[in-house]
Write a protein that binds this ligand. Structure first.
Ligand code: ADP
Ligand code: ADP
Length: 227
């Protein structure tokens, strides 16, 4: 997994708005599972979108393995991303959805078939390859999105509230799935949620956001079990 350093990172959407992200520093370790936790509007998604390159910082920097990537376009960062609403292509089959990032990268047919098969096995969807998204449950659709996000072997996986649209039971089973993926793939995971229990279950470390700043940063034990 990659090391990501956020260095004095700031984002202001409008010159009259308060900063959405206000001088943030985090040193995310290779292979770490870090969660950005905080209430709605506290700057979590803005931070994630700057890491992946969907929006540019107003000031400050982002480094990947020591190299400044702040000005690198999103597609050159090669990070996997999973969204709350799955964002699958409805007209494509499960296999075609998962194969999509490989087609964009001109990976050969043989190699694509191998990697798509592996990715679908990884999320327990072997045998679902010919289905279309509307034929799947929400949990299964999110597994497809996970497979698509890791199929090109990114060094970092970014997850923006990926389980928040699911009901409680599905959520718990997908939490186990996400944790297993992290263990098996050894990628750096940056996970956004507003759910404290979810953050505690999944994370090596948690960064608690409050109005664009990091209120505290530590392991779940550091943050919540101190006597
Ligand atoms: P969170 O992910 O914690 O809910 P966001 O990063 O989405 O927080 O939002 C942080 C702040 O930035 C909020 O005040 C929000 O209203 C504002 N914001 C987010 N996106 C935009 C945008 N595209 N334009 C203007 N303001 C935005
Ligand atoms: P197409 O007709 O566009 O190739 P497919 O759905 O047959 O559509 O396949 C899409 C991609 O996924 C192809 O690259 C194919 O190699 C791969 N693929 C299809 N089915 C499987 C499968 N069962 N296991 C692994 N890879 C598959």
């Amino acid at each position: 997994g990659g090391r990501i350093e956020l260095v004095d990172l700031c984002k202001r959407y409008g010159s009259n708005d308060p900063p959405a992200v206000d001088h943030i520093d985090i040193d995310i370790q290779p292979g770490e599972f870090i969660t950005l936790l905080g209430p709605s509007g506290s700057g979590k998604t803005t931070t994630l979108n700057m890491i992946v390159g969907f929006i540019a910082p107003t000031s400050g920097g982002i480094r990947l393995n020591g190299r400044d990537i702040s000005r690198l376009p999103s597609h050159k960062r090669e990070f996997g991303m999973v969204f709350q609403n799955y964002a699958l292509f409805p007209h494509l089959t499960v296999a075609q959805n998962v194969a999509f990032p490989l087609r964009e990268r001109n990976v050969s047919k043989v190699e694509t078939a191998r990697r798509v098969g592996e990715a679908l096995e990884l999320v327990d969807l072997g045998g679902m390859d010919k289905r279309r998204p509307h034929e799947l449950s929400g949990g299964q659709q999110q597994r497809v999105a996970l497979a698509r996000a890791v199929v090109f072997s990114p060094s970092v996986l970014l997850l923006d509230e990926p389980l928040s649209a699911l009901d409680r039971k599905l959520r718990q089973s997908l939490q186990r799935e996400v944790k297993r993926l992290h263990r098996e793939l050894k990628l750096t995971f940056v996970f956004v949620t507003h759910d404290q229990d979810e953050a505690m279950t999944l994370s090596d470390r948690i960064a608690i956001f409050d109005r664009g700043r990091i209120d505290s940063l530590g392991t779940p034990a550091d943050l919540y079990h101190r006597p």
